[in-house]
Design a protein around this ligand. Structure first.
Ligand SMILES: C[S@@+](CC[C@H](N)C(=O)[O-])C[C@H]1O[C@@H](n2cnc3c(N)ncnc32)[C@H](O)[C@@H]1O
Length: 457
């Protein structure tokens, strides 16, 4: 039996269901969307402000967070690297107002034209699961919101008809290849994300991904690509929906059998990023640039062990572990303390969790803690933390801090960074039972009663 079952998330990127964990790894609304909204955008990166960046991706999985960040950096540098005439043309063509939201940005942009920065980015990726890290290059992700807006959206509108023909064809085919346990996956997704709403801003329906092609080649066997599909692929108006490298890959697969890339192969990984982000015309040059820009290291082991071997100071830390009830090991006071030691004075830690327990664990480690808001819906979608108070745009409110001080905020402990999950949970349950703290439900009730009286509790 397979270990993982892929499913399509609503933005077109692939999510994974794990048979061992009996759980889905990625949000129903979009694996890629989540990476952008909870990890890349909240970092508020302005490429003109720095040359180097050190990033720690805790729980790399199949790498959406790292890949989305790489995409962001590559695309911003690509823009910066245009020569002065191209830049002026770009500014005039798209309109100064659309590109620059403030004078500060305009000034720093003009300054940057004369500066000659040498960018270099280090990303350290931690995951316990070797198989996922090896599969990672096969999952394409990357499109920036800017790209989607500037290219995909108008294209989709102008070629409405062909777009929907192709989509419908794939919907048809997909129903034939749906995961075996589709029902269970759907139920899990509905349960886990039932109260969430995320704008589907980062749609990437316009490409055919490896999994689909694998399935297609399996389905059609020797007949793949079928006449019908071949004809469609050849039509000029449809070409943008197909990526030649993917089609070749599928043909190769059909001939030689499925063989995932061996080891954590940086070239394959970058190649994958490259195809999704860089222009074909500057193929070689840009691929080399990407290779020289990034230094990516994979550490496949328990993150609690790996962290002790790392001596870097990170500007960004992505903490994307399973929820604390499933994987308390990476949410303990002691593990977060190790992250605190390794974050730069102005560095930012991002996580999707908004729980009182996680927030209190960050607070206990002397982090300043705040909310990540969804840019459009203004809903709270994650937590951001830093050693520097000024880096927190939306600090926790007194109400939220109060919630952290209830029983719900009692943190996990793992003094040797090697305790079993069961022991970590039991230890907390013991503390919970013997604690004098108020329960979170009582706190919330009291707060709502005292709201009108404007009293603190
Ligand atoms: C929610 S998934 C992360 C998804 C990932 N960020 C992505 O873009 O695909 C959680 C990940 O945590 C990893 N993990 C679980 N326990 C771990 C541990 N003790 N140390 C390191 N990684 C761990 C799992 O293998 C899984 O890939």
């Amino acid at each position: 039996m397979r270990d993982y079952e892929p499913y399509f998330t609503e933005d077109g990127s692939i999510g994974l269901y794990s048979y061992a964990q009996k759980d889905v790894f990625h949000s129903k609304f979009g694996a890629l969307t989540e990476a952008w909204e909870k990890f890349v955008l909240p970092a508020n990166l302005d490429i003109y402000d720095f040359e180097n960046l050190k990033v720690l991706d805790v729980c790399y999985g199949i790498g959406y967070n790292t890949k989305a960040l790489m995409s962001f950096l590559i695309n911003n540098i690509k823009f910066k690297k245009k020569n002065i005439f191209q830049k002026l043309f770009y500014i005039v063509a798209i309109g100064v107002n659309k590109i620059f939201r403030s004078n500060k940005q305009l000034l720093s942009y003009i300054e940057s034209i004369s500066s000659n920065k040498k960018y270099s980015f280090q990303i350290d990726c931690l995951d316990i699961n070797e198989e996922l890290v090896q599969l990672s290059p096969l999952f394409r992700t990357v499109k920036t919101p800017g790209e989607i807006y500037d290219s995909a959206v108008p294209q989709i509108l102008t070629c409405f008809e062909s777009y929907y023909t192709i989509r419908n064809l794939f919907v048809d085919l997909l129903t034939k290849f749906m995961p075996k346990n589709k029902k269970e996956i759907n139920e899990l997704l509905d349960l886990k994300f039932k109260n969430m709403h995320i704008e589907k801003e980062y749609k990437i329906n316009s490409y055919v991904n490896y999994i689909l092609l694998n399935n297609l080649s399996e389905y059609f066997g020797k007949e793949y690509p079928s006449k019908e599909l071949k004809k469609m692929m050849r039509e000029k108006k449809n070409r943008r929906f197909f990526d030649n490298s993917l089609i070749k890959y599928a043909k190769f697969n059909q001939k030689w059998g499925y063989n995932k890339s061996s080891g954590c192969n940086l070239s394959t990984f970058l190649h994958n990023i490259y195809y999704a982000t860089l222009s074909r015309r500057y193929k070689k040059m840009n691929f080399k640039t990407a290779q020289s820009l990034f230094n990516i290291n994979f550490y496949v082991d328990d993150a609690r062990k790996t962290i002790l071997t790392l001596n870097n100071e990170y500007d960004l830390i992505f903490l994307d572990a399973f929820t604390y009830t499933k994987a308390p090991q990476l949410w303990t006071v002691e593990f977060i303390a190790e992250l605190y030691k390794r974050i730069s004075p102005q560095g930012l830690l991002m996580t999707y969790s908004t729980s009182a327990l996680v927030r209190n664990t960050l607070l206990e480690n002397k982090f300043y803690v705040g909310n990540i808001y969804h840019k459009k819906t203004n809903k709270i979608i994650g937590t951001i933390a830093s050693k520097d108070k000024t880096k927190i745009e939306h600090p926790l409110t007194p109400y939220e801090i109060g919630l952290c001080n209830t029983k719900a905020g009692i943190p996990y402990h793992d003094p040797t960074l090697s305790f079993d999950k069961k022991d970590i949970i039991e230890f907390r349950e013991y503390e919970f039972r013997h604690s004098d703290l108020m329960s979170s439900s009582k706190y919330m009730k009291l707060r709502s009663m005292k709201k009108d009286e404007n009293e603190e509790i």
